[in-house]
Design a protein around this ligand. Sequence first.
Ligand code: FAD
Length: 396
Amino acid sequence: MTEISTAAAEIANRVEAFVRETVVPFEKDPRLGSHGPSDELAAELRDLARSQGVLCPHIRDDGTHFSHLETALILRKSGLSPLGPIACHVMAPDEGNMYLLGKVGSDAIKQRFLKPLVAGEGRSAFFMTEPAKDGGAGSDPSLMQTTCKRDGNHWVISGRKAFITGADGAQVGIVMAKSIEPDSEGGACLFLVDLPDPAIQTERVLDTIDNSMPGGHAVITIDNLRVPADQMLGEAGEGFKYAQIRLAPARLTHCMRWLGLAIRAQEIASDYACRRTAFGKQLIDHEGVGFMLAQNRIDLQACELMVDWCARVLDTGDLGTTESSMAKTFVAETLFQIADRCVQSMGGTGVSGDTIVEQLFREVRAFRIYDGPTEVHKWSLAKKIKREWREHQADA
Ligand SMILES: Cc1cc2nc3c(=O)[nH]c(=O)nc-3n(C[C@H](O)[C@H](O)[C@H](O)COP(=O)(O)OP(=O)(O)OC[C@H]3O[C@@H](n4cnc5c(N)ncnc54)[C@H](O)[C@@H]3O)c2cc1C
């Protein structure tokens, strides 16, 4: 069983101090917009993190990663402010993209695309989902309509994408397309792309409920994009397999970061309930409020245990597909309830922009959909239960 090393505990403490003392004061910065913090603000925060030695804090100086369990502690601390993961450069989609490139990228790809990302010299985006109106990939990635075909030493990609976080303003794109080549027909391929590229156009940046991620979430047209063949990630037709490698840890790091923000929201709501009086006593002494905050305490602990359990599974080298599905579903649903109770405990202040509590509420609402909607995870678990039942029947 892996545990927390002294080095990981020490960096987690530094991340917490950095987020609380340096990042939190930026939470009212005017450069925070409805499509996330501006790139100028993100770059300023990353510079501060770099100067305090907490940029990509889950990656050691020699380029190796702390364990998933240690990462859980470090990223939870980064999440204490919505801006913390951006400052520390552990926000989605970059964190998941860096993980994928580290696992599957060739040496040349790592040198050219991964190195600058780890150094915090730019942002990246992951292009998988397609517009629902076109009948494209969403919960069901097999509906993918974006195609790629070979043309000499290049691949040519065309299609439309939707909800692409951070595409606007990114320097690196990982684009998924369905091959129409006979030797890999129908299989998904992943390509590394330099951005901006005139063949990739932002149709619009969507107005969404959340606003923590730089660049927002864009609808994109890809029109005859030419990508050198050596910028394909791994093998043709294996794109879904590689997406799986990214999926479980990326799901879990979302849980880690949003758990951090929920811990902070609980601190804020508890402070409010202990200071504010109504009907002759502190709010916390009214059972209606006290019990909400007590339930939050219990649920926060349960979320932490769920994340740590899944992290330990990943640390064994297992893909953790089922475990991350269970953890993601539980944490997203539970954090939403926690956020709702924090809002309720704080009355009108809870729904105002005066604290990060209302932002947590909005962010975790979206989290119940991305990285697999709750229902899709439950559906896939139900299929597993049925498969196991069938196997059990066959053995009996
Ligand atoms: C804030 C945000 C950021 C995102 N960032 C990215 C990104 O960077 N890159 C990217 O590629 N994508 C991104 N996405 C897209 C995200 O992955 C998709 O929204 C998600 O996969 C669901 O697809 P969909 O929106 O097309 O919903 P649909 O596929 O239309 O599903 C709608 C609903 O149907 C239900 N449903 C679907 N299948 C089942 C089932 N089998 N059983 C029961 N119920 C079911 C679920 O309740 C689901 O919410 C992002 C989405 C959001 C909201």
